[in-house]
Design a protein around this ligand. Sequence first.
Ligand SMILES: *Cc1c(COP(=O)(O)O)cnc(C)c1O
Length: 283
Amino acid sequence: MLYVDGKWVEEGQVAVHPEDRGYNFGDGIYEVVRIYKGRMYQWDGHLTRLFRSAKEIKMELPWSAEELTDLANQLITKNNITENDDASLYLQVSRGSAPRVHDIPSGIQPVIMGFVRRKDRPVADMKKGLTAQLVEDIRWLRCDIKTLNLLGAVLVKQYAKDAGAQESILHRNGVITECSASNLFVVKNGELYTHQADNLILHGITRQVVIDLARNNGITVHEEAFDIAFLKQADEVFLTSTTAEIMPLISVDGVAVGNGQPGPVVLTLQDLFEQHINTSVLV
Ligand SMILES: *Cc1c(COP(=O)(O)O)cnc(C)c1O
């Protein structure tokens, strides 16, 4: 069952308002939350980010944190997600519907929609790693907002696929930012490098978990921009996201990273992440 604008509905029963601004403009925000063994991982972080994204697009959410938590839990139970299931929760809030003008109509009511799908962890890919292609970052200048407006992300991912790679690594004028739907890290001489959390990247929750795990385990982390040349001579490269977790990237533009296999630092971080999942309080 899905939750759409205050109602529980089955798939196929949903009609989008023709002038819903999420549909017309991508005017809205979203979150993807991991569910491990029937419970949510890092829910507080996702909730905080959803409220921040709303604020940054001048949208006031009419729901409290408690109401949204209750909704998320209802989505899990109504879809029979149990302790035997890994899943993902998708929540989006569109600005709402109103006669089509660009500026924000006053009195418009946000429309919320949520669903849950069973989703296994990408175990095989995490062991093997993925191939990546460098693509120019053609997105806008507020990549810190988790917005529904994803055409830039759609295209950069497709450019990578068209070039025969599984993932895109984005650069702005030669400076590496992130991937199409995940954050990027490189390892050089045992230390981690990732773009600082500014307006050019999405401030990933998994990114922050990895930074904290690394620092707590004596691995130095540099949150600073680096260029294509630095990426190309990295010892290891990996991406992070809610659904991809910690995913090694084993080649860039057809050239192997290191020896072309997931390296020691990424494997250590995967182990630490596994322990973190198993010892975190899930809600
Ligand atoms: C969602 C997203 C991420 C990853 O964030 P998580 O909170 O770790 O899932 C990274 N980059 C972009 C562009 C994203 O949309």
